[in-house]
Design a protein around this ligand. Structure first.
Ligand code: SF4
Ligand code: SF4
Ligand code: SF4
Length: 257
């Protein structure tokens, strides 16, 4: 049998829901197990191999001690793939970034607050170069398969660069704005087949932003539909706290944190 590329999965701050989706994907695409050798995958095996070509990293960087760990993975891996919104965007973990850190620690850890190292949550691309991304919270199982196949063939995986509204229109959904609701579809990166609006829920942009999103214009639309500044901020911060704070910092002339 030909030598199969070695693959490892790593988890940082996350719920591990994206890795569970990988397990799901492998059940319907067992052919992938013929194409790679998995050497580390906490969801499915106890071995912890340190020799791998492709590293899938789930979760955000939330502690100083995460940084050397991420850098060591980057040094060993030929290809690093960010798996899911926590790794890709900072995701829900970054909601806390707008809170004062010492207060937050006291709230969560009480009088043991000083025992725990923690700092503002960041996507892994803020610490190491990333070669490919599988967006979403959780990831889409079919997109996972497509990205893996592209990586194995030495191709850059293609993700859509248009908004969720395009997929939503193709599904002939009635827009949520016409049903008395609001939605981030106009600025959110497509690829999920507009699953949330299709089932009547607002898009929260778990796959991140399209290139050059007109956020100010969307904020005006949200205001016209009755959302207060606080409600708009709450909507924008489910998955996009890190990105919106970076934009604010850039607008005020601050560099990267
Ligand atoms: S992106 Fe969502 S499903 Fe995936 S690990 Fe993070 S919180 Fe869990
Ligand atoms: S429901 Fe959301 S995604 Fe669908 S068309 Fe309206 S704004 Fe766009
Ligand atoms: S509709 Fe929006 S929130 Fe829902 S999966 Fe797609 S990008 Fe994520």
């Amino acid at each position: 049998m030909a030598v199969r590329p070695k693959v490892a999965f790593f988890e940082f701050t996350s719920c591990e829901g994206c890795q569970l989706t990988v397990v799901d994907s492998l059940q319907t695409h067992p052919e992938l197990l013929e194409a790679v050798e998995i050497v580390r995958f906490r969801e499915a095996m106890s071995e912890k191999g340190d020799d791998y070509l492709i590293a899938f990293i789930e979760g955000s960087c939330t502690r100083p001690s995460d940084e050397p760990h991420l850098k060591a993975i980057r040094e060993r891996a030929g290809v690093v793939v960010a798996l899911g919104a926590c790794a890709h965007l900072g995701g829900v973990n970054a909601i806390r970034n707008r809170q004062e850190l010492s207060e937050l620690r006291r709230y969560v850890y009480g009088d043991k607050a000083e025992w725990y190292e923690t700092y503002p949550a960041r996507p892994i691309s803020a610490v190491i170069p990333v070669d490919a991304t599988i967006p979403g919270c959780p990831i889409d199982r079919e997109e996972f398969i497509r990205v893996v196949k592209a990586v194995l063939q030495g191709r850059a995986p293609q993700l859509p660069d248009y908004p969720v509204c395009v997929e939503c229109k193709l599904k002939e959904n009635v827009c949520l704005y016409l049903r008395g609701k609001t939605c981030l579809g106009p600025i959110a990166l497509a690829g999920c087949d507009a699953i949330c609006p299709t089932y009547g829920d607002s898009c929260e942009a778990c796959r991140g932003l399209i290139p050059n999103p007109n956020i100010e214009s969307l904020k005006n639309v949200l205001a016209e539909h009755g959302l207060s500044v606080e409600q708009t901020m709450a909507k924008m911060t489910m998955f996009l706290t890190y990105q919106t704070m970076e934009s604010e910092a850039a607008a005020h002339g601050n560099g990267k944190r």
